[in-house]
Design a protein around this ligand. Structure first.
Ligand code: GLU
Length: 293
Protein backbone atom coordinates (compact mmCIF):
# COMPACT_ATOMS: atom_id res chain seq x y z
CA UNK A 1 0.00 0.00 0.00
CA UNK A 2 3.02 2.22 0.47
CA UNK A 3 3.39 2.67 -3.27
CA UNK A 4 -0.24 3.70 -3.47
CA UNK A 5 0.24 6.39 -0.80
CA UNK A 6 3.23 7.67 -2.74
CA UNK A 7 1.25 7.67 -5.92
CA UNK A 8 -1.61 9.56 -4.28
CA UNK A 9 0.79 12.06 -2.74
CA UNK A 10 2.52 12.54 -6.06
CA UNK A 11 -0.85 13.03 -7.73
CA UNK A 12 -1.95 15.65 -5.18
CA UNK A 13 1.32 17.55 -5.57
CA UNK A 14 0.93 17.43 -9.34
CA UNK A 15 -2.66 18.65 -9.05
CA UNK A 16 -1.67 21.51 -6.73
CA UNK A 17 1.15 22.48 -9.06
CA UNK A 18 -1.20 22.44 -12.03
CA UNK A 19 -3.71 24.62 -10.18
CA UNK A 20 -0.96 27.04 -9.18
CA UNK A 21 0.83 27.11 -12.49
CA UNK A 22 -2.31 26.84 -14.64
CA UNK A 23 -1.62 28.51 -18.00
CA UNK A 24 1.70 29.85 -16.71
CA UNK A 25 -0.13 32.41 -14.58
CA UNK A 26 1.20 31.39 -11.17
CA UNK A 27 2.11 34.14 -8.76
CA UNK A 28 3.95 33.52 -5.47
CA UNK A 29 1.38 33.07 -2.70
CA UNK A 30 3.26 35.15 -0.17
CA UNK A 31 4.29 38.67 -1.05
CA UNK A 32 8.03 38.55 -1.67
CA UNK A 33 8.33 41.76 0.35
CA UNK A 34 7.00 39.96 3.43
CA UNK A 35 9.18 36.92 2.80
CA UNK A 36 12.42 38.89 2.63
CA UNK A 37 11.54 40.74 5.83
CA UNK A 38 10.88 37.58 7.80
CA UNK A 39 13.64 35.25 6.59
CA UNK A 40 17.05 35.42 8.23
CA UNK A 41 19.00 35.19 5.00
CA UNK A 42 16.51 35.93 2.25
CA UNK A 43 17.40 35.09 -1.32
CA UNK A 44 16.10 37.24 -4.15
CA UNK A 45 16.27 35.54 -7.53
CA UNK A 46 16.76 37.90 -10.45
CA UNK A 47 16.35 37.04 -14.12
CA UNK A 48 19.28 38.59 -15.96
CA UNK A 49 20.87 38.41 -19.40
CA UNK A 50 24.11 36.44 -19.74
CA UNK A 51 24.98 37.33 -23.35
CA UNK A 52 24.67 41.10 -23.24
CA UNK A 53 28.01 42.79 -22.65
CA UNK A 54 27.81 45.68 -20.17
CA UNK A 55 24.35 44.67 -18.83
CA UNK A 56 24.66 40.93 -18.09
CA UNK A 57 27.49 38.86 -19.50
CA UNK A 58 28.95 35.53 -18.45
CA UNK A 59 32.62 35.98 -17.59
CA UNK A 60 34.40 32.68 -18.21
CA UNK A 61 37.32 33.62 -15.96
CA UNK A 62 35.27 34.46 -12.89
CA UNK A 63 32.48 31.96 -13.76
CA UNK A 64 30.01 34.73 -12.95
CA UNK A 65 27.49 36.84 -14.81
CA UNK A 66 28.63 40.45 -14.61
CA UNK A 67 27.26 43.81 -15.71
CA UNK A 68 25.21 46.87 -14.91
CA UNK A 69 21.94 44.96 -14.36
CA UNK A 70 23.73 42.52 -12.04
CA UNK A 71 25.24 45.30 -9.91
CA UNK A 72 21.89 47.12 -9.74
CA UNK A 73 20.19 43.87 -8.66
CA UNK A 74 22.82 43.31 -5.95
CA UNK A 75 22.52 46.89 -4.69
CA UNK A 76 18.71 46.64 -4.58
CA UNK A 77 18.90 43.30 -2.77
CA UNK A 78 21.25 44.81 -0.18
CA UNK A 79 19.00 47.80 0.27
CA UNK A 80 15.80 45.76 0.61
CA UNK A 81 17.27 43.23 3.06
CA UNK A 82 19.49 45.53 5.15
CA UNK A 83 22.51 43.73 3.80
CA UNK A 84 21.34 40.30 5.02
CA UNK A 85 20.07 39.00 1.71
CA UNK A 86 21.62 37.15 -1.19
CA UNK A 87 21.07 38.09 -4.83
CA UNK A 88 20.81 34.98 -6.95
CA UNK A 89 20.91 35.13 -10.75
CA UNK A 90 19.12 33.05 -13.36
CA UNK A 91 19.82 33.52 -17.05
CA UNK A 92 16.90 34.73 -19.14
CA UNK A 93 16.52 35.76 -22.77
CA UNK A 94 14.14 38.37 -24.13
CA UNK A 95 11.74 35.55 -24.95
CA UNK A 96 11.92 33.56 -21.69
CA UNK A 97 11.95 36.35 -19.11
CA UNK A 98 8.18 36.90 -18.67
CA UNK A 99 7.29 33.17 -18.62
CA UNK A 100 10.03 32.54 -16.02
CA UNK A 101 8.67 35.35 -13.86
CA UNK A 102 5.08 34.22 -14.17
CA UNK A 103 5.88 30.65 -13.21
CA UNK A 104 7.73 31.84 -10.11
CA UNK A 105 11.23 30.72 -11.21
CA UNK A 106 12.49 34.26 -10.64
CA UNK A 107 11.36 37.08 -8.33
CA UNK A 108 12.15 39.93 -10.70
CA UNK A 109 13.52 40.72 -14.15
CA UNK A 110 16.49 43.04 -14.47
CA UNK A 111 17.35 42.39 -18.09
CA UNK A 112 17.42 45.38 -20.46
CA UNK A 113 13.64 45.29 -20.49
CA UNK A 114 11.68 48.18 -21.94
CA UNK A 115 8.49 49.26 -20.20
CA UNK A 116 5.77 48.89 -22.84
CA UNK A 117 1.99 49.04 -22.59
CA UNK A 118 1.73 45.50 -23.88
CA UNK A 119 4.06 44.16 -21.17
CA UNK A 120 2.31 46.23 -18.50
CA UNK A 121 -0.73 44.05 -19.05
CA UNK A 122 1.30 41.04 -17.88
CA UNK A 123 3.75 42.37 -15.26
CA UNK A 124 4.31 45.37 -12.98
CA UNK A 125 7.28 47.64 -13.62
CA UNK A 126 9.44 49.79 -11.38
CA UNK A 127 10.23 53.35 -12.36
CA UNK A 128 12.67 53.77 -15.23
CA UNK A 129 16.24 52.84 -14.27
CA UNK A 130 17.92 53.26 -17.66
CA UNK A 131 17.05 55.04 -20.90
CA UNK A 132 17.92 53.21 -24.09
CA UNK A 133 16.93 53.79 -27.68
CA UNK A 134 16.78 51.36 -30.59
CA UNK A 135 19.48 51.51 -33.22
CA UNK A 136 21.24 49.43 -35.90
CA UNK A 137 24.61 47.69 -35.76
CA UNK A 138 26.41 47.30 -39.10
CA UNK A 139 29.88 46.33 -40.28
CA UNK A 140 32.26 49.31 -40.45
CA UNK A 141 32.15 49.37 -44.30
CA UNK A 142 28.33 49.09 -44.60
CA UNK A 143 26.44 51.50 -46.82
CA UNK A 144 23.63 51.71 -44.23
CA UNK A 145 23.84 54.91 -42.23
CA UNK A 146 20.36 55.19 -40.76
CA UNK A 147 17.03 53.40 -40.62
CA UNK A 148 15.97 55.42 -43.68
CA UNK A 149 18.57 53.60 -45.78
CA UNK A 150 16.84 50.24 -45.31
CA UNK A 151 15.12 48.85 -48.41
CA UNK A 152 13.37 45.61 -49.35
CA UNK A 153 16.83 44.35 -50.35
CA UNK A 154 17.94 44.35 -46.72
CA UNK A 155 17.67 41.71 -44.03
CA UNK A 156 17.75 42.89 -40.43
CA UNK A 157 18.52 40.52 -37.57
CA UNK A 158 16.54 40.88 -34.36
CA UNK A 159 15.97 38.89 -31.18
CA UNK A 160 12.83 36.94 -30.35
CA UNK A 161 10.73 38.50 -27.59
CA UNK A 162 12.43 41.91 -27.87
CA UNK A 163 10.54 45.12 -28.50
CA UNK A 164 13.15 45.82 -31.19
CA UNK A 165 11.84 43.11 -33.52
CA UNK A 166 8.29 44.44 -33.29
CA UNK A 167 9.42 48.07 -33.71
CA UNK A 168 11.47 47.12 -36.78
CA UNK A 169 8.50 45.46 -38.45
CA UNK A 170 6.33 48.50 -37.76
CA UNK A 171 8.85 51.15 -38.73
CA UNK A 172 10.38 49.43 -41.79
CA UNK A 173 7.78 46.98 -43.11
CA UNK A 174 9.66 46.66 -46.42
CA UNK A 175 12.61 44.97 -44.68
CA UNK A 176 12.99 41.26 -44.04
CA UNK A 177 13.39 40.69 -40.29
CA UNK A 178 15.06 37.47 -39.13
CA UNK A 179 14.51 36.55 -35.48
CA UNK A 180 17.28 34.83 -33.51
CA UNK A 181 17.09 33.26 -30.05
CA UNK A 182 19.51 35.55 -28.23
CA UNK A 183 22.18 38.22 -28.69
CA UNK A 184 25.08 35.76 -29.10
CA UNK A 185 23.27 34.11 -32.00
CA UNK A 186 22.29 37.48 -33.43
CA UNK A 187 25.84 38.74 -33.54
CA UNK A 188 27.20 35.49 -35.02
CA UNK A 189 24.52 35.75 -37.74
CA UNK A 190 25.61 39.32 -38.50
CA UNK A 191 29.28 38.27 -38.62
CA UNK A 192 28.51 35.47 -41.04
CA UNK A 193 26.63 37.80 -43.37
CA UNK A 194 23.13 36.42 -42.75
CA UNK A 195 21.82 39.93 -42.27
CA UNK A 196 22.85 43.45 -43.23
CA UNK A 197 22.26 44.85 -39.74
CA UNK A 198 21.41 43.75 -36.21
CA UNK A 199 18.86 45.80 -34.33
CA UNK A 200 18.40 46.37 -30.61
CA UNK A 201 19.09 49.15 -28.12
CA UNK A 202 22.09 51.38 -28.67
CA UNK A 203 23.74 50.66 -25.30
CA UNK A 204 23.60 46.90 -26.01
CA UNK A 205 25.07 47.48 -29.47
CA UNK A 206 27.82 49.66 -27.99
CA UNK A 207 28.67 46.71 -25.76
CA UNK A 208 29.08 44.57 -28.89
CA UNK A 209 31.24 47.22 -30.57
CA UNK A 210 33.40 47.33 -27.45
CA UNK A 211 34.20 43.64 -28.04
CA UNK A 212 34.21 43.87 -31.88
CA UNK A 213 35.61 47.17 -33.10
CA UNK A 214 34.94 46.43 -36.80
CA UNK A 215 31.28 47.28 -36.30
CA UNK A 216 29.51 50.62 -35.79
CA UNK A 217 26.11 52.12 -35.09
CA UNK A 218 24.19 53.26 -38.17
CA UNK A 219 22.97 56.71 -37.18
CA UNK A 220 20.86 57.90 -34.29
CA UNK A 221 18.47 55.79 -32.26
CA UNK A 222 14.92 55.84 -33.56
CA UNK A 223 12.82 54.83 -30.52
CA UNK A 224 12.81 55.45 -26.77
CA UNK A 225 13.39 52.36 -24.64
CA UNK A 226 12.92 53.14 -20.95
CA UNK A 227 14.09 50.12 -18.94
CA UNK A 228 12.13 48.97 -15.90
CA UNK A 229 12.44 46.15 -13.37
CA UNK A 230 9.54 43.72 -13.85
CA UNK A 231 7.83 41.84 -11.04
CA UNK A 232 4.64 39.82 -10.86
CA UNK A 233 1.34 41.56 -10.46
CA UNK A 234 -0.16 41.35 -6.98
CA UNK A 235 3.22 41.85 -5.27
CA UNK A 236 2.28 45.24 -3.88
CA UNK A 237 4.51 45.27 -0.81
CA UNK A 238 7.49 43.98 -2.79
CA UNK A 239 6.76 46.64 -5.43
CA UNK A 240 6.78 49.37 -2.76
CA UNK A 241 10.09 48.11 -1.34
CA UNK A 242 11.61 47.92 -4.80
CA UNK A 243 10.65 51.52 -5.68
CA UNK A 244 11.96 52.74 -2.32
CA UNK A 245 15.25 50.87 -2.79
CA UNK A 246 15.63 52.21 -6.35
CA UNK A 247 14.98 55.75 -5.09
CA UNK A 248 17.58 55.28 -2.37
CA UNK A 249 20.36 54.00 -4.65
CA UNK A 250 19.57 56.69 -7.24
CA UNK A 251 19.85 59.33 -4.51
CA UNK A 252 22.85 58.14 -2.48
CA UNK A 253 25.43 57.78 -5.25
CA UNK A 254 25.35 53.97 -5.50
CA UNK A 255 23.52 54.05 -8.84
CA UNK A 256 25.92 56.67 -10.24
CA UNK A 257 28.92 54.61 -9.17
CA UNK A 258 27.55 51.51 -10.93
CA UNK A 259 26.65 53.56 -14.00
CA UNK A 260 30.13 55.04 -14.15
CA UNK A 261 31.73 51.59 -13.74
CA UNK A 262 29.94 50.12 -16.78
CA UNK A 263 29.21 53.08 -19.03
CA UNK A 264 31.64 55.79 -17.96
CA UNK A 265 33.97 55.27 -20.90
CA UNK A 266 31.50 53.92 -23.43
CA UNK A 267 28.50 56.20 -23.46
CA UNK A 268 28.90 59.73 -24.73
CA UNK A 269 27.71 62.28 -22.15
CA UNK A 270 23.96 62.66 -22.34
CA UNK A 271 22.05 59.77 -23.88
CA UNK A 272 21.42 56.92 -23.71
CA UNK A 273 21.73 56.12 -20.08
CA UNK A 274 20.63 56.88 -16.62
CA UNK A 275 17.30 58.68 -16.35
CA UNK A 276 19.13 61.63 -14.78
CA UNK A 277 21.61 62.05 -17.65
CA UNK A 278 19.31 61.34 -20.59
CA UNK A 279 18.64 64.10 -23.10
CA UNK A 280 15.52 62.35 -24.29
CA UNK A 281 13.50 63.76 -21.39
CA UNK A 282 10.59 61.92 -19.85
CA UNK A 283 10.57 58.34 -20.92
CA UNK A 284 7.75 57.40 -23.22
CA UNK A 285 6.77 53.81 -23.81
CA UNK A 286 8.23 52.36 -26.96
CA UNK A 287 5.97 51.06 -29.67
CA UNK A 288 3.69 48.27 -28.56
CA UNK A 289 4.72 44.76 -29.25
CA UNK A 290 1.95 42.24 -29.42
CA UNK A 291 2.28 38.57 -28.78
CA UNK A 292 6.04 38.41 -29.05
CA UNK A 293 6.63 37.00 -25.57
N1 GLU B 1 14.90 46.86 -24.57
C1 GLU B 1 14.40 45.98 -25.57
C2 GLU B 1 13.39 45.02 -25.00
O1 GLU B 1 13.01 45.13 -23.89
C3 GLU B 1 15.51 45.26 -26.30
C4 GLU B 1 16.51 44.60 -25.40
C5 GLU B 1 16.13 43.20 -25.01
O2 GLU B 1 15.91 42.37 -25.90
O3 GLU B 1 16.07 42.93 -23.84
O4 GLU B 1 12.90 44.16 -25.64
Amino acid sequence: MKWMKHKLLGFSILLMTLVLVGCGEAVAEVDIGTRIQTEETPVLTWGVKADTNLFGFYNIQSSKIEGFDIDIASALTDEMTNGNGIADFVEVTSKTRIPLLKTGKIDGILATMTITEEREKQVDFSDVYFNGGQSLLVPEDSEINSIEDLTEEHTVLAIKGSSSTQNMRELSPQVEVLDLENYSEGFVALQSGQGHALTTDDAILLGMIDQNPNYRLAGQSFTEEPYGIAINKGQDFFHEQLEAALDTIQGNGVYDEIYEKWFGEILPAGAPGSPSTSTTGAAEPALDESGDE
